[in-house]
Design a protein around this ligand. Structure first.
Ligand code: AMP
Length: 411
């Protein structure tokens, strides 16, 4: 059983073909700069070396056709024909309040996802283009949608409602949705396995620190709060996104500098975060180089970044009346011992205590417990694997173990 996982971004297509018998990756790659000059495909088949193919990629349809061609090609292919792709799972960013689980894609589901374009104008359209392209090339193959927002649909209204006049929720569905749900779900479930305790009994704080950053409070297997909100701009300080901010600042800046809506949008999404504070880089690797001697601005960016995470840890402990484990994941969470150290220092009163040498020794790609043996709260580092979750959900949907319309366990 082979399952293709697709993650179509505005100008990229990430793909992984899984053999679900042993969850091995037959091939994976990235189509870069879709619709732009200098497009190329980075492709790895099996354990082979990465190859780069320079080729025009006019749009997502064209990009997906080229991925299919590569998967069956004589030189770099891994399957004999496209018939060997049994199903396709798609990452879809926003499913609004419609879906609390992964579902099989039908015309009705696609219509519901189109209605969510207003919430994710940059993400849902390319996600939908990928689905349409697969329908065209593989019309008989079942496709599943796995949604970033779905895991957080268990949040209670007190956690997701903004204190705006309620008509904005009732009429426009303006509320906190949360993102990175697939990653929070994966690492929190792995945490339960590592702790050898039932998932449904644990209180977990999951900290996803990648290009985008978010945290989730997961109480007995359910997301009860998360730091991203109506859009992925809210919450933690990110590489280039501002995170929590007094909304009146936006009005003030717009007025003072006579900024248009798209300019403020750019400012909050692309020029803020650690890039905005440091003026040097959005990449934590750069800012950490030579820490703490790189530059005062780089140090300040790291301190503000880590301080915000600490505040959310405190908040989520209050939300859940305690916590059994905190989990660091994604590019920064998995790799940066400096950030983990800054976040976890002096939190003994909450039961969080990390072993400095274990923290430094944690190697990339490995799962680990970096807490001291006497810590009440375990601090774990767990590599995320959103592609595997998408492949597993797709398999469970086509095999009928998940309800195809709700994603809940089938009766
Ligand atoms: P992701 O979105 O999970 O791919 O994470 C990408 C981010 O991880 C990059 O922007 C980097 O800032 C960060 N990152 C990757 N490797 C490291 C590292 N070794 N140390 C610190 N940050 C890293």
């Amino acid at each position: 059983m082979n399952i293709l996982v697709l993650n179509c971004g505005s100008s990229s297509i990430k793909y992984q073909l899984f053999n679900m018998k042993d969850q091995s990756i037959l091939a994976k790659g990235l189509v870069n700069r879709v619709g732009m000059a200098n497009a190329c495909i980075d492709h790895i088949s099996g354990r082979g070396p990465k190859i780069q193919i320079i080729t025009d990629v006019i749009d997502h349809h064209d990009g997906i056709k080229k991925v299919f061609d590569l998967l069956v090609s004589k030189d770099h292919g891994v399957i004999g024909s496209l018939d060997e792709i049994n199903a396709v799972g798609h990452r879809v960013v926003h499913a609004g309040e419609k879906f609390a689980g992964s579902v099989l894609l039908t015309d009705d589901v696609l219509e519901a996802l189109r209605e969510c374009i207003i919430f994710a104008p940059l993400h849902n359209p390319p996600n939908l283009r990928g689905i349409e392209a697969v329908s065209e090339y593989l019309p008989k193959v079942k496709q599943a949608g796995v949604f970033d927002t779905a895991f957080h649909q268990t949040m209670p209204i007190k956690a997701f409602l903004y204190a705006l006049p309620k008509v904005f929720y009732d009429k426009d569905r303006i509320r906190r949705y949360g993102f990175h749900g697939t990653s929070h779900r994966f690492v929190s479930k792995r945490a339960a396995i590592l702790l050898k305790k039932p998932y449904e009994t644990l209180k977990i704080i999951s900290i996803h620190l990648g290009n985008g950053c978010s945290m989730a409070a997961i109480d007995c297997g359910k997301s009860v709060d998360t730091s991203m909100g109506h859009t992925p701009v809210e919450g933690l300080v990110m590489g280039t996104r501002v995170g929590d901010i007094d909304p009146a600042i936006v009005l003030h800046i717009m007025k003072k500098y006579e900024l248009a809506i798209h300019e403020v949008d750019n400012l909050l999404n692309k020029h803020s975060g650690v890039l905005g504070i440091s003026g040097e880089s959005n990449d934590l690797r750069d800012l950490e180089e030579g820490w703490p001697n790189r530059s005062p601005k780089a140090n300040l960016a790291l301190e503000v970044y880590s301080y915000r995470i600490r505040k959310y840890i405190g908040a989520y402990m209050a939300v859940m009346n305690g916590c059994d484990a905190i989990v660091f994941t994604a590019g920064v969470g998995e790799n940066s011992s400096i950030v983990r150290d800054l976040v976890c220092q002096n939190l003994d009163f909450l039961g969080i205590r990390i072993d400095t040498s274990l923290n430094k020794k944690t190697v990339r790609g490995a799962e680990g417990d970096i807490s001291t043996s006497d810590a009440r709260v375990r601090t774990l580092v767990i590599p995320t694997n959103e592609e595997l979750v998408i492949a597993e959900d797709t398999l469970e949907l086509i095999e009928g173990r998940l309800d195809p319309k709700t994603g809940k366990p089938a009766k």
